[in-house]
Design a binder for this molecule. Structure first.
Ligand SMILES: [Fe+2]
Length: 306
């Protein structure tokens, strides 16, 4: 059974239990979420100047578009307001800020009609974030910055919640990914060269479930949920914010969604900061998730380029 809970009033604890059970949560726009989206929308509009960011792709060469959005992504990540507003949103939704850790909020864009599909505009194939070394208790928060249509949304493939898929996660090491692949994303326009864990068998992508909310709405789901980017045919570039959280009690107890097919090495846990004071996850806690010793010379945390 798959349920989408809309604006539920359950506690954070009950919410996490349901998310770890494969259910999806959605929230209609609330002031704290709208404030985060307003902040992002202002940054996007400033970067595009006189162009409408949703249709600018039709008025400029793809190289020019990339030259605008590539610096915008790290600028949003590093802007102190981005983290503050994400923290305010977590507080508004009943998370304990002393126990909830978040990573940096990211800005993403998905252009329409295949204008830009690599690098900064990468359209995600079906995947679980846990293939990319997310802990099984990670939760993903996703917010569209402008109103969207289903043709520009995100798809869930809930039939795979408890069904394993042949995939490349066993070849994936989080620290190598930080060192090599991610840094090149902003320069990739035509083709993606980064090695990502992908399904290695044909997948049934229908039926799929999409959640369409207004700007400032929220979709909240487990990192183990199979999901993909819908090929955008809406005629408008989609801009969205996402960030991830973990609850430290669940990290320590290794609770979370069941692991059906994720076998990466390394962990993204060191990227997470306590919402109350932005202190990182303690190193000894992160090491609970390192199955093999960490080779030297790798980047343990995600370092977005300035
Ligand atoms: Fe994802």
């Amino acid at each position: 059974m798959h349920t989408i809970y809309v604006d539920p009033t359950v506690s954070d604890k009950v919410r996490r239990e349901r998310l770890y059970d494969g259910q999806v949560f959605a929230f209609t726009p609330r002031p704290a979420a709208q404030a985060l989206c307003d902040h992002a929308r202002t940054m996007i509009q400033d970067a595009f100047g006189d162009y409408d960011p949703r249709t600018a792709q039709y008025e400029m060469a793809v190289e020019e578009y990339v030259s605008i959005v590539a610096p915008l992504k790290p600028k949003f990540i590093h802007h102190p307001r981005s983290k503050e507003l994400a923290r305010d949103l977590l507080e508004d939704l009943g998370c304990d800020l002393n126990k909830t850790y978040l990573d940096v909020p990211r800005l993403r864009m998905v252009t329409s009609d295949g204008y830009l599909t690599s690098g900064v505009g990468y359209a995600h194939h079906p995947h679980r974030d846990t293939w990319y070394a997310a802990p099984m208790c990670q939760l993903n928060w996703w917010l569209p910055i402008y109103d969207i249509e289903t043709e520009a949304s995100m798809a869930f493939h809930p039939q795979y919640w408890d069904r394993a898929v042949e995939n490349g996660s066993s070849e994936f090491n989080y620290y190598e990914w930080n060192r090599r692949d991610r840094k090149d994303a902003s320069t990739q326009i035509k083709k993606d060269t980064s090695k990502q864990p992908k399904p290695e068998e044909p997948m049934e992508l229908e039926p799929q479930v999409r959640v369409v909310t207004k700007a400032g709405g929220i979709v909240l789901f487990s990192a183990a949920q199979m999901h993909s980017t819908v090929p955008n045919t809406s005629g408008f570039t989609r801009y969205s914010i996402d960030f991830r959280t973990v609850h430290i009690d669940d990290v320590l107890k290794k609770e979370g969604a069941p692991n059906v097919d994720s076998e990466p090495t390394g962990t993204s846990l060191r990227d997470f900061m306590r919402a109350s004071d932005l202190r990182r996850v303690p190193e000894d806690v992160a090491q609970l998730y390192d199955k093999v010793p960490i080779p030297e010379g790798l980047d343990l945390v995600f370092k977005p380029t300035q």
